[in-house]
Write a protein that binds this ligand. Structure first.
Ligand code: ADP
Length: 182
């Protein structure tokens, strides 16, 4: 099974990913978490990525695609993948399709968590990660709308999109997702 958790910063993708990966035995691949690990280990990739992340800009497609490809190629014995924060551009979505096609797989469903901006901003300010300051948040939401939202159309044309109200309790969001998947 190949699932994508889709939605703006603060939509609750990481929280839902923790619940879904257990239920379906999927490898959770969060590009944000993977990048933060690279940054804290001061790898060549981390050093390149940090500037983009601090500014709320996207890290280049080339770096992200190579990082994901490496994970997919080096993983065995899971039921599938749960992508979180990836793909974030149409080029990344196309690259993912190509990678999966190589092993005769495809994306099964894209779970879109829908939450209003005002709630997102409040959640992110409360979360208080180092890139969760007011100006970076605004930029991340702008980048989301211009570069990432078009992906919804890309997957809805393929009938893969599931839209979920993200403005509910964690449990209710989870049960909505699970009932839509079965
Ligand atoms: P959030 O979605 O809450 O903003 P993430 O942890 O998903 O946080 O991402 C943090 C930062 O990492 C992003 O602002 C961006 O700079 C970078 N990033 C994460 N995933 C991607 C991706 N797929 N493509 C490009 N940049 C990414």
């Amino acid at each position: 099974m190949i699932l994508i958790l889709f939605g703006p910063p603060g939509a609750g993708k990481g929280t839902q990913a923790d619940l879904l990966k257990e239920k379906f035995n999927l490898l959770h691949l969060s590009t944000g978490d993977l990048l933060r690990e690279e940054v804290s280990n001061e790898t060549a990739l981390g050093i390149k990525a940090k500037e983009f992340m601090d500014a709320g800009e996207l890290v280049t497609d080339e770096l992200i695609i190579a990082m994901i490809k490496n994970k997919i190629d080096n993983t065995t014995s899971v039921n599938g993948f749960l992508f979180d924060g990836f793909p974030r551009t149409i080029s990344q979505a196309e690259a993912l399709n190509d990678m999966l096609k190589n092993s005769s797989k495809e994306v099964d469903k894209v779970i879109s968590l829908e939450v209003d901006d005002s709630i997102l901003i409040k959640r992110l300010l409360e979360r208080g990660r180092s890139d969760d300051n007011e100006s970076t948040i605004k930029n991340r939401l702008d980048v989301y709308k211009s570069q990432t939202l078009p992906i919804k159309d890309f997957y809805s044309k393929d009938n893969k999109l599931i839209q979920i109200k993200g403005n509910q309790t964690v449990e209710d969001v989870n049960s909505d997702i699970v009932s839509n998947l079965s």
